[in-house]
Design a protein around this ligand. Structure first.
Ligand code: CS2
Length: 503
């Protein structure tokens, strides 16, 4: 009796579990994916699985984990198979995804990683390493040459980080007179392809100027927008699957909402599968889609995460269920963000906002607030700060985004003091945690000094924001209110001008 999902166990699953309809033994890899987290398994891998289902058998994926061995440990014993469990109030749907062949852990098998990237069949490299994996200096959008990983990779001629890996692989392909692959960033960064391209070229230039110009001339890095809500897998989810599969476990499973979107710039001069046939939107410019998604969806998500944590909610759908926080998020979207967005043909931003909120309300697929709260220094520039700059340029004070910023700062203050119950057992999860906590420590937790101290971090805050005194005063006023009277009262105060207007 098999007790773990794998090829041999497929026949034992109930008939309502969808399984690969293609001949898996004939699949060849055409894609290497770097960063085999939950998002990849519920997003890009599903699109490639759909292509395999349409009989493009060159769409297999080789997965690469840059650091941790967990994914290889979970998926390789399962022949790369795992469940995509889709759920909402209309019901549940279980499907076995077969697109991933194997997962390689880079530190354990670096040569295998390079070999995979240099295989002639590999036309596309997709990436989800999260915002911090790009090793960027966000101040100027270039590779952070002072980053310890970048320095180490350049000094040792090695690669631990993403730019070093891509450069090493492209260098090897060039030396073998092969065409390069196309690199598709699938992380929530603005102009993610352009950013990655710059980081890769900067790294290459420091290693070999000819290689840098070859990459500049030959390699495409189309920008892309990705969207699907895929929370971290919990042991409860795994237990549910095991019960449903009559004792066969699948710790590699992912649970996701039904909605999924992938918009990519159609720049693949070395070829691509027919992505359009599986619902990928191929466009000439992704920016309007991406800006709307980052500011509306991710921006609202972060607001709910910090506001929700301060109000004592564990989950995003619970935070959205708070009457006042719900009103504030809607105001933030409608008043502060919508005016900053360019029109999208065929899409109403107001309808898009409503759709986002109803997706957040799906209690079957909800994030922990603290999961969304992590890495704020990397997320907030594109989610909130760009929209704040836009408003300030128009001479308008974005008060709801100002309140959001005060919530993030209050959350950081809670982490720094270790006093607030919700953050007590969760140390600040952010690559800039040390600097953020030091800034708060120096400010001795005095709200106005905290704002000044954090605003002094130029790698996060642009001068358009920090030079604007009325905006700084607004954030200080909100942070003082949260600090003195708690988030609930401060929220009521933040809504008061609106109540007066509408009353
Ligand atoms: C979330 C995103 O973790 C986060 O910060 O806002 O992962 C979000 O769920 C996805 O971008 C949705 O596409």
């Amino acid at each position: 009796m098999l007790n773990r999902l794998c090829l041999a166990a497929l026949d034992s699953l109930q008939s309502d579990v969808h399984r690969p309809v293609y001949d898996r033994s004939r699949v060849t890899p055409g894609v290497v994916h770097i960063g085999v987290g939950n998002f990849h398994r519920a997003h890009q891998a599903v699109y490639f699985d759909n292509l395999l289902g349409l009989n493009d058998l060159t769409c297999g994926i080789i997965g690469v984990s840059l650091r941790r061995p967990d994914m290889a440990g979970l998926l390789n014993p399962q022949d790369g198979l795992y469940t995509e469990w889709t759920s909402d109030q209309n019901g549940d749907h279980f499907r076995i995804i077969g697109a991933l062949g194997k997962v390689i852990t880079a530190p354990a098998a670096p040569d295998d990683v390079l070999q995979a990237l240099c295989a002639p069949g590999i036309a596309i490299v997709t990436i989800t390493v999260s915002e911090k994996g790009y090793l960027l200096d966000r101040h100027n959008g270039r590779l952070d040459m002072a980053h310890p990983i970048v320095r180490q990779d350049l000094e040792m001629g090695s690669w631990v980080g993403l730019p070093g890996l891509l450069v090493s692989a492209l260098q090897a392909r060039r030396a073998a007179r092969m065409v390069p692959f196309t690199v598709v960033s699938c992380d929530n960064l603005p102009a993610n392809g352009d950013m990655l391209r710059q980081a890769v070229i900067d790294f290459a230039a420091a290693r070999d100027a000819d290689l840098a110009s070859w990459i500049t001339d030959q390699v495409d890095f189309p920008n892309s927008m990705v969207d699907r809500i895929v929370p971290a897998t919990t042991s409860t989810m795994c237990d549910d699957i095991k019960r449903r599969y009559d004792g066969i476990s699948d710790p590699g499973m992912v649970k996701a909402e039904p909605f999924s979107q992938w918009v990519i710039e159609d720049r693949f001069r070395h070829g691509r599968p027919d992505l359009g046939s599986v619902g990928v939107q191929l466009v000439s410019h992704v920016a309007p889609f991406e800006t709307a998604k980052l500011r509306l969806l991710n921006g609202a998500h972060s607001m709910l995460a910090y506001g929700g944590t301060l109000l004592g909610y564990e989950l995003i759908d619970q935070a959205l269920g708070d009457e006042n926080l719900n009103r504030l998020v809607r105001l933030l979207m409608h008043e502060d963000i919508l005016p900053s967005l360019d029109d999208l043909p065929g899409q109403s931003h107001a309808a898009y906002s409503e759709e986002i909120l109803s997706r957040f309300a799906n209690s079957e697929i909800t994030y922990r607030c603290l999961q969304v709260a992590m890495d704020g220094s990397q997320k907030l520039p594109q989610r909130w700060l760009a929209g704040i700059c836009w408003n300030l340029e128009q001479g308008r004070l974005p008060r709801y985004l100002g309140f959001a910023l005060a919530c993030w700062m209050a959350y950081l203050m809670g982490c720094a003091s270790g006093s607030s119950p919700e953050t007590l057992n969760d140390p600040l999860n952010d690559p800039l945690a040390d600097q953020l906590l030091a800034a708060i420590g120096e400010a001795k937790a005095v709200p106005s000094d905290v704002v000044d101290g954090l605003f002094a971090m130029t790698s996060i805050f642009p001068s358009q924001i920090t030079d604007n005194q009325p905006f700084g005063d607004l954030v200080k006023q909100y942070l003082r209110a949260i600090d003195e009277r708690g988030c609930k009262d401060a929220l009521t105060q933040a809504l008061a001008p609106h109540d007066r207007q509408s009353g």
